[in-house]
Structure formats: C-alpha cells, structure tokens
Design a protein around this ligand. Structure first.
Ligand SMILES: [Zn+2]
Length: 190
C-alpha cells in the first residue's frame, strides 16, 4: 500500500536528442531533466503510482526546431495518453542561467482552452510542488505542454533550478529534488 496507489502520473523530462534546452558552462538541461525524471518516476512508483514517461532516454520527437519538437511532443502525449490516461502531468525543466523563476508553473488562464476547474486544480498541484521544493512561489505561463495536451488532469511544468548552478549534476541534489517534487504530488493527492 502506497500513498499514491493507482494514481497515474505522466513525467515529461523536457527537451532531449537534438534539443538540449538551456546550457551553461557544460551544463546541459536535457540531461538534468532526464536524470531527475527517472528518479522521480522511481520515487512515485515506490509510493504506488503508475508511471509514464514521455521519454526515457536522450531522444527527441523529431522536430527540426525546439518549438516544432515541443508540438510533436504534445502530439505524442495526445496520441498515447488521451483522454484520461493520466491523473497528473509533470514536465521537468531547468531555467536559463541566472533567470530565477524556480518553482512550479500552471497554465496562464489567458491562454484559453482550459476550464476554470482545470486551471484551479493545476494551480493547486503547482502550489503543492513549489511548497515542497522549499517555499517557492508559483507562476502561470502560456506553455504548449500545458495548453495543447488534451487530458483534463492537473498539468504543471517545474523549473527545478537555473542551469548555472554547479550542483545540479550531483546525485544527492537530484535525489533530493525528485523526492521534493514527489512529496508535492503526494500532498496534492492526499
Ligand atoms: Zn526547458
């Protein structure tokens, strides 16, 4: 018996393959997203969750530009996980060097397409994750992965750190981040 028994969570490690995401001094975003993504998936599974990942290795979705790749990623999610095959979608990212903005993001209400209830639940999941990460605030943003995926489940994007941080390749930091995000998801569902 786990606290997330039967809860279906789609983990989306951002970027991948030809699309590295943000980079700084040899730090490459796609690598951090994937490493924490695996750890998060393991952590959630250990609590009884059913895990899906949009990618489990260093691959992209076939787009020649990063924007095109994100649209193909959205198509992949819609083709494979629509309509109600996930109870939450969590996209993992690392923000641009020195940008700040660490915490969880839900869809900007002005983006359209989401019901008030979907916006509310996504914001609630974001609040739980930001709090569990260490008292960060939440943000809203118009992002394709949140806007164009069809599932009506709560959907958030997490900026885990900024890419200039020298500790993001440390196993300890990655384990800890995965655990904090899992705690936030856990708090939302319980
Ligand atoms: Zn990113």
């Amino acid at each position: 018996m786990g606290t997330l028994d039967g809860v279906k969570i789609l983990v989306d490690p951002g970027h991948g393959g030809d699309h590295p995401g943000t980079t700084h001094d040899g730090n490459i975003e796609k690598e951090i997203n994937l490493a924490v993504g695996h750890k998060l998936a393991n952590e959630l599974a250990s609590r009884g969750g059913w895990l899906y990942m949009t990618r489990s290795d260093d691959s992209d979705f076939g787009g020649t530009t990063s924007g095109e790749d994100i649209n193909l990623r959205v198509d992949y999610v819609n083709d494979n996980y629509y309509p109600y095959n996930y109870d939450a979608l969590v996209s993992l990212h690392v923000n641009t060097a020195y940008a700040g903005g660490i915490g969880a993001y839900s869809l900007d209400p002005d983006a359209g397409g989401a019901s008030d209830e979907e916006l509310y639940q996504s914001d609630l999941l974001a609040s739980n994750i930001s709090a569990a990460m260490g008292g960060y605030r939440t943000y809203t943003k118009n992002l394709a992965i949140l806007r164009d995926t069809w599932g009506s489940a709560p959907k958030v994007l997490v900026e885990m750190e900024t890419i200039d941080s020298d500790y993001i390749y440390d196993n300890y930091w990655q384990d800890n981040m995965a655990q904090k995000i899992a705690n936030g998801i856990d708090n939302y569902f319980n």
